[in-house]
Design a protein around this ligand. Sequence first.
Ligand SMILES: [Zn+2]
Length: 266
Amino acid sequence: MAKHIIDSHAHIFPDKIASKASVNIGNFYSLHMSFDGSVSRLLAEGEKNHIDKFLVQSVATVPDQVRHINDFIACQVETYPDKFIGFASLHPDMEDPASEVERVISLGLKGIKLHPDFQRFAIDDKKAYKLYEIIGDRLPILIHTGDSRFEYSHPRLMAKVLDDCPYLKVIAAHFGGWSEWDESENVLCGKNVWVDTSSSLYHLSPEKAAELIERFGEDRVFFGTDYPMWDAADELKYIDRLPVTDEQKEKLLWKNLCGFLNIDMD
Ligand SMILES: [Zn+2]
C-alpha cells in the first residue's frame, strides 16, 4: 500500500445531472460507467479505496457552460479543501477567455481541462493556440488525448503543439492517446509532457504499462481513474500488478502530482 494516493483524473457533476452526465459519457465511448458522476459517490469511493485527494474537473461542451462549471468546481473545492484540487474548463469558442483565466486563478483553481473531442476542436487549431498563449506557463493544462474515431485529439497534433509551445505544462490524458496508445508512444515519448494512467490500464498489459512509464519518464506519470468511468479498486489492482519498483509506484500514485502542482503532503 502506498503512503498516499491521489486520483489525478476525476469528473464531477452537480447531483441533478450526475446520472445523466455519466450515461452520456458511457454512450460516447461505448464503455460501461462504474458510477454516476456525483461528488458524494466519488468521496465514498475515495474513502473505501484510501484515496486522499482528487483532481476534479468537468468539460464545457458549449461556451455558455464555462462559467457555471468553473463556479461549481470552485464551490466543491471550497467545500472539500483537503480532498479536492480543481481544474477549470475553457472553451475555444468562448468570448474573452483571458478574463476567465484570471477569474479561475482568483477562485483558486489550479489548472485547465480541455477535451478536443467533446468540444470539437483540433488540438492544433488556431483557436486552441490562442488559449495556449493566454494560459502560457501560469496553469497546467489537462488535455484529453487520443480517440481513433476522430482527428481532433490525435497524439500527432499534441506532439506538434508541444514542439510549438515549449512553455506549456501539458498532461496528455490516457497515456497520451486513448485507443491510440502505439501512436502516442511513437510521437509523444521523450517530449516535455506529462501523462496519466486513466482509461488505459484496462487495455494495456502490466508490462506494456510499465514500459510506457519508463519511456515517458517515471516522474511524468500520474494515477487517474477517469471517475465515474472506472472503479478505483480495480485501477489500484492494476497498479499493484505493474512490474515497477515500490518507489516508482509511490511516484505514480501521489509524489509526482504533488511535485507537479506544488502540493505539500508528507
Ligand atoms: Zn477527462
